[in-house]
Design a protein around this ligand. Structure first.
Ligand code: BGC
Length: 354
């Protein structure tokens, strides 16, 4: 079968390879790939800045934003042939740590987790892959190809879950507005979930033009754009930072209102230093009871929350987030960064899920 593979640590080594069929020990569910979403993490792996091959291997099957159709499922697995599924990205560490043992692998404490398509486990960028039923998420067939957004949405479902748990430290926490920095797929999904909670939404991005302003406006949000000096001065109750850009991070950690929560969800490449008044920052954070926290990945409950959030969203809006659907044969085009791209998806030509 065909699979997109990469040699982590060697830049631009991505290619379409011939690979053996997935081994039955990888899981009892055999899944035919329908679509694969591409994200910044994939680009970082291709640029040799991130990622690791499975132990003993040089190459890694890329891809972690999956959508597939079950083609083999044993009785009692809870799945049937024809079901649309997405695969969970992370697998618990082998120790396991208390978090992984309790199904909260997204909070792994010893860092020995693996991630399909990212860290030491082959991903979903193959014509067929296998899943253990506990790592398969059923997708409402009504979502069709939009089910490919479940994995990125799961990351934001976790972010919101944790924001709300932190907010619950006071009985009176009722944020009115949210600022999201970055209008890529992660930022847009953060904004969507903010609107679903009835909050006033502001989204900040570098780009003045392209599809992002309209996507934010049709959510009922306000779009702000420009360099970091144009970041609106709003003092919102919640900030969700999705750019990972050092200059933006340094600003937003100081920009929420009293009792505010800043959620850092963008992964920076590191190595950038800035002048930063740490004492002034500390003084303000303490005197305002602010919380700044990081979040990554998602557990099963978050995937399920993501499915529910997408199911109650406007499918026309979600479709506009998918800028391009590129057939597997033309895979290289999917990795070209084009100015109007929001989410690019590789289409495995596995029939209708549109
Ligand atoms: C994925 C997460 C993953 C993270 C770090 C993100 O792109 O969506 O599932 O945990 O990268 O590897």
């Amino acid at each position: 079968m065909r699979a997109l593979t990469v040699e982590p640590g060697r830049a631009n080594s991505l290619r379409l390879d011939e690979r053996p069929e997935p081994a039955p020990r990888e899981g009892t569910l055999l899944v035919q790939a329908v679509a694969l979403g591409i994200c910044g993490t994939d680009r970082e792996i291709i640029a040799a800045k991130y990622g690791a091959a499975p132990p003993g291997e040089r190459r890694l099957v890329l891809g972690h934003e999956s959508l597939g159709r079950v083609i083999e499922a044993p009785d009692g697995s809870g799945f049937s042939t024809g079901d649309l599924v997405a695969g969970v990205v992370r697998r618990p560490d082998p120790v396991p740590c208390p978090a992984c043992a309790g199904g909260e692998w997204d909070m792994c404490r010893n860092g020995r987790y693996t991630e399909r398509g990212i860290k030491q486990a082959d991903g979903y960028g193959a014509e067929r892959f296998r899943l253990r039923p506990e790592f398969a998420i059923r997708i409402d067939p009504a979502l069709g190809v939009l089910g490919v957004l479940v994995e990125p949405a799961s990351v934001l479902a976790k972010a919101w879950d944790h924001i709300e748990r932190i907010g619950a430290r006071t009985r009176t926490w009722r944020p009115r507005s949210v600022l999201v920095t970055g209008a890529g797929p992660v930022g847009l999904l953060a904004a969507l979930m903010a609107r679903q909670r009835g909050l006033e939404v502001h989204v900040f991005d570098r780009h003045a033009r392209g599809p992002k302003p309209e996507l934010v406006a049709s959510l009922g949000g306000v779009y702000h754009y420009g360099g970091v000096e144009q970041l609106p001065d709003l003092q919102p109750g919640v900030i969700i930072e999705c750019t990972g850009a050092a200059a933006v991070v340094a600003e937003v950690v100081q920009r929420c209102g009293s009792d505010g929560i800043v959620c850092l969800a963008g992964i920076s490449s590191g190595g950038r230093t800035l002048d930063f008044d740490i004492g002034g920052f500390n003084r303000q954070t303490v005197l305002r009871n602010d919380v700044i926290f990081g979040t990554v990945n998602a557990n099963r409950a978050h995937y399920e929350a993501a499915v529910a959030a997408l199911a109650k969203s406007d499918p026309a809006w979600l479709s506009r987030m998918i800028s391009r659907r590129v057939p597997l044969e033309r895979w290289a085009e999917a990795f070209e960064a084009r100015p109007d791209d929001v989410k690019v998806v590789i289409d495995f030509g596995a029939g209708p899920a549109s």
